[in-house]
Design a protein around this ligand. Structure first.
Ligand SMILES: Cc1ncc(C[n+]2csc(CCOP(=O)(O)OP(=O)(O)O)c2C)c(N)n1
Ligand SMILES: [Mg+2]
Length: 352
């Protein structure tokens, strides 16, 4: 079919096409997330917040992912097992900026951890976002659990697990491949590796002998795609294909998204801007301008609005209550049947 879209305004990356309206929506979300993250970096330096870690450089791919999630609570919806650079996914799903800001400022009003965890450690039960863990790659070992429930209960919900390239060296990554491909029990898991080429200060090329991480899926019959995660047009298309496969085939699929890490690992390394790395917002804006989908003034307006939005959200958050010492143990332990067997034992283990 000759594409009627040829008349339609939009952007192309190879075969992939993105209509103008979606491109503008994605641009706005990318900018809002970037401005939010940059303000949080400033918070880590100004004393308005504490440790920072986050996702500048992953906005293109992550926004496209968040917009395509089947959002809701329970097995008929998608489950998300995210990492600490997933802010753009959560923003694209519709989160307000204060979801991140409250965790950064460690206020008691923080919905994810009551001010007890680092920023970007989301936990949103209503959207099936299971708690983000600082221990890298454990999400890969947990993900088959929700996928198992989804397979058993029917429907087309899938489990999406996102990790970093260095984290694939952990046994949890192999656990995910094994438990998602047991004979007669293949599971609808979308395994996503955000490959930024770094694990803190260790370069990917010093550790991984195989050039592409998706090659490792081959031993398990897991198909995979590599995508330029800095390109929203290519990313949208790739995610759409992969999600469709998991939803309809009820089988695992792997995506390796090549992305940038724009502010180093975290505030612990000073979060300096990496001037060499490709900036997905810069390159996207150049394309939007070139295709006449936006002009310079409308791009600047998106940035100005986002900055005003984060400033007003932050000023409100800074007035909110802080956790109190008496709350420190609240929510750290869920009572279980084991308590009855070992009543005075916190861990439930004999002799502990
Ligand atoms: C099990 C475990 N080992 C080590 C660490 C320390 N650590 C924190 S982040 C990180 C690097 C992770 O790199 P990657 O998986 O590529 O994710 P990225 O930070 O690049 O997004 C390491 C080693 C940890 N948190 N957990
Ligand atoms: Mg990495």
């Amino acid at each position: 079919m000759a594409r009627s879209k040829q008349q339609e305004m939009g952007l192309n990356s190879g075969e992939a096409f993105m209509p103008a309206q979606r491109a503008r929506e994605i641009h706005q979300l990318m900018v809002r997330t970037r401005v939010l993250e940059e303000r949080m970096i400033k918070m880590s330096k100004s004393g308005e917040g504490y440790f920072w870690i986050g996702g500048p450089g992953e906005e293109a791919f992550s926004t496209c992912l968040g917009l395509q999630v089947k959002k809701g609570q329970g097995p008929e919806f998608d489950y998300l097992h995210l990492k600490y650079r997933s802010s753009a996914i959560v923003m694209a799903m519709g989160a307000e900026m204060n979801v991140s800001l409250r965790q950064m400022a460690m206020t008691k009003t923080d919905h994810s951890s009551w001010g007890r965890n680092f920023t970007s450690h989301f936990c949103i039960r209503e959207w099936n976002i299971v708690p983000v863990n600082s221990v890298i790659a454990v999400q890969f070992a947990v993900a088959p659990g929700t996928a198992h429930v989804q397979k058993r209960s029917g429907g087309d919900g899938v489990t999406i697990v996102v990790g970093g390239d260095a984290g694939t060296a952990e046994g949890d990554f192999a656990t995910c491949m094994i438990w998602s491909t047991r004979p007669n029990e293949r599971l609808p898991v979308l395994m996503i590796v955000m490959n930024n080429g770094w694990g803190i200060s260790t370069a990917h090329c010093n550790i991984h002998a195989c050039e592409n991480i998706i090659e490792r899926g081959k031993a398990f019959g897991i198909p995979g795609e590599i995508v330029d995660g800095n390109d929203p047009v290519a990313s949208w298309d790739c995610i759409q294909r992969a999600m469709h496969y998991c939803r309809t085939e009820r089988q695992p699929f792997m995506i390796e998204a090549r992305v940038s890490r724009l502010f180093g690992h975290s505030s612990s390394s000073g979060a300096p801007r990496d001037a060499e790395a490709v900036d997905c917002i810069d390159t996207f804006e150049k394309r939007l301008l070139q295709a006449n989908l936006m002009d310079q003034a409308s791009i600047e307006a998106v940035h100005t609005h986002a900055k005003a939005e984060v400033e007003s959200a932050l000023q409100a958050v800074l007035q909110e209550a802080r956790p109190v010492a008496e709350d420190v143990e609240v929510g750290t332990y869920a009572p279980s049947e084991v308590d009855r067997v070992y009543p005075r034992d916190y861990t439930g283990l004999p002799g502990a």
